[in-house]
Design a binder for this molecule. Structure first.
Ligand code: SF4
Ligand code: SF4
Length: 118
């Protein structure tokens, strides 16, 4: 434990310096380049191949085809943010976003479904 006599000089050293903390959630930090937040998906280039589903160790992605209609479903509550789905996607339509503010009391908000024709 530090003695109060050492704390005072340490505190004085911080005078005039910017705060080390931010007023979250009013303020947010920008994330480093390789940060992996919520999975982002662009249905425009998706072929429905299912590689993302097959390589997801958390079963967080389900790809289903019904004729020409493709359904791509992502469960954020199961996701480990490993980035493997983006690595496996042959058309690069999955990326890891900078979104980290994911808490919610509504379980339905964790599921995202895209339905589109191919
Ligand atoms: S980031 Fe990892 S856990 Fe999340 S959906 Fe992609 S492969 Fe699955
Ligand atoms: S791997 Fe890419 S192209 Fe294939 S189903 Fe997933 S998102 Fe679509």
């Amino acid at each position: 434990m530090r003695l109060p006599g050492k704390l005072v000089p340490e505190a004085l050293k911080t005078l005039g310096k910017d705060s080390a903390t931010i007023r979250y959630p009013e303020q947010s930090r920008s994330m480093p380049d390789r940060f992996r937040g919520r999975v982002a998906f662009d249905p425009d280039g998706c072929t429905g191949c299912g590689m993302c589903e097959r390589h997801c160790a958390a079963d967080a992605i389900v790809v289903e085809a019904d004729g020409s209609e493709i359904s791509w479903r992502y469960d954020e509550s199961a996701c480990m943010f490993c980035g493997q789905c983006g690595e496996s996607c042959p058309t690069d339509v999955i990326t890891m976003s900078e979104e980290y503010d994911l808490a919610s009391s509504d379980p339905a908000s964790f599921e995202t479904t895209h339905t589109f024709e191919r």
